[in-house]
Design a protein around this ligand. Sequence first.
Ligand code: ASP
Ligand code: MG
Length: 411
Amino acid sequence: MALLVQKYGGTSVGSVERIKAVADRVYKHHKQGDKIVVVVSAMSGETNRLIELAKSMQEDPDKREMDVLLSTGEQVTIAVLSMALKSLGIDARSYTGKQVRIVTDSAHGKARIQHIDTESMKADLDSDRVVVVAGFQGVDVQGNITTLGRGGSDTTGVALAAALKADECQIYTDVDGVYTTDPRVVDSARRLDKITFEEMLEMASLGSKVLQIRSVEFAGKYQVPLRVLSSFTDGEGTLITTEKRESGMEQPAVSGIAFSRDEAKLTVKGVPDTPGIASKILVPISDANIEVDMIVQNISADGTTDFTFTVHRNEFDRALAILKDIQLELGAKDVIGDAKIVKVSIVGVGMRSHAGVASTMFKALALESINIQLISTSEIKVSVIIDEKYMELAVRSLHSAFELGDSSTSN
Ligand code: ASP
Ligand code: MG
């Protein structure tokens, strides 16, 4: 018997049939004697529909009212799923975030959970009830409804699992786990049985959009075993954990290949190589709330240097405009940019104990004549920036260079 928090995303509750399928799955676990708290998202497309509705009333919708509106999406699914469970003979009870008392700060649209009351949920579980909780929402101390940001139901699931000390938080979605890379790019991509929180964070932030990043951080911090599974098929999914892999088995150096198409690169050329230049360039960028990812400064030739950094592609035009504005002030010879680049990364905690991983990566890219524009490394990843037209080729060649593929399919 286990205490499970099962979170079902929008596509998993996207229709009457899907909701019934979720009810069947919950029924099976409940029959086995598991205690279950279900967290649900709004039906797929619903949150977007509500946002459009709000925008048709007010150009920049009031944030408090927006949260009142958006929370209705999840309120529908908790009630409907509870009805479906009752029709199967299971005693189920739905709760909004406010009813549970998932207390958050007052940052509407991106609220952070501060505290969760667990008493009534525990009482329900003890009386053999299935508890159905609305994801993505909470309440501030003044009683205002808040929401946690897009994709926030994952965070609700993890936070409930942490508060209830659940055995596992299971995130049901439309993919059956975390893969060595995107199977749409590499046929032989393989589902991973296990991945560590650290690796998952790198995979998620590098563009493998399986879980909301915040929920993975949260799960890592509170050591909540997290499992990603499909609600469409049966299977073990991928367990995200701190646990070491089975001893005796050699840990692979690289667990997966992540990539992101949302990159752009800016270069300030020929700036004086003097103290303070990096901050002069980057402070206006961060003041404009533009996040900077990789940063590279070259050695100086003739007392000047080139300074390159990357930003999200959506921020490219703004960042370029800011740099052009301060070009004179910086004493820079030129400001150039390129929004046709991508980032490809190899990720793996095994890198810590394996030498030569980066050189294997560079060799594989060289064999395909792919030019590397920028490199950055951490303990568990190596990222390169390359021309976007080589992205798929790079991912495929790295996937096979590190022998990540499923041997039954060719690359
Ligand atoms: N319904 C919300 C969204 O679409 C929350 C979630 O699905 O996790 O972002
Ligand atoms: Mg979602």
